[in-house]
Design a binder for this molecule. Structure first.
Ligand SMILES: [Cu+2]
Length: 133
């Protein structure tokens, strides 16, 4: 009878150890998911950045100072282009060619002016303007 009690007691201890370990593990996974230093995906474009998102340039109008490098990032799952000019009238100043998903294109604006651009794949819905001051 004494040995049965001992077994029951050790099982109880084992249960406790298991519960503590389980709690520790879940605690760990919780803290790592809310870790503020973990890299997170930004929800909006940063300074001097334009996103191609849902077949739109975001923001559609951006004002920068001369010498600024503007970077476009394709957030869609399909290709876009960044082409200077207006649909049917490309200026030839810059043309990214097809930018696939997650791809980027950069252009440095060295002169003041208003630079219209568009996507050759979706010219009717994707147009933007960079104003350089
Ligand atoms: Cu497009």
């Amino acid at each position: 009878m004494k040995t049965l009690k001992k077994i029951k007691l050790s099982l109880l201890v084992l249960n406790f150890v298991f519960l503590i370990m389980f709690g520790f593990l879940t605690g760990c996974s919780k803290s790592s998911s809310s870790n503020p230093t973990a890299p997170s995906n930004p929800t909006s474009p940063g300074p001097n950045q334009v996103w191609m998102q849902n077949s739109q340039f975001v923001p559609a109008s951006l004002t920068v100072s001369t010498g600024t490098k503007v970077t476009w990032t394709n957030k869609d799952s399909y290709a876009h282009t960044v082409t200077s000019g207006t649909p049917g009238n490309p200026t030839g100043l810059f043309d990214s060619g097809n930018i696939s998903s997650d791809g980027i294109f950069s252009y440095t604006f060295d002169s003041t002016g208003t630079y219209k651009y568009y996507c050759r794949i979706h010219p009717d819905i994707m147009q933007g303007t960079i104003t350089v001051k």
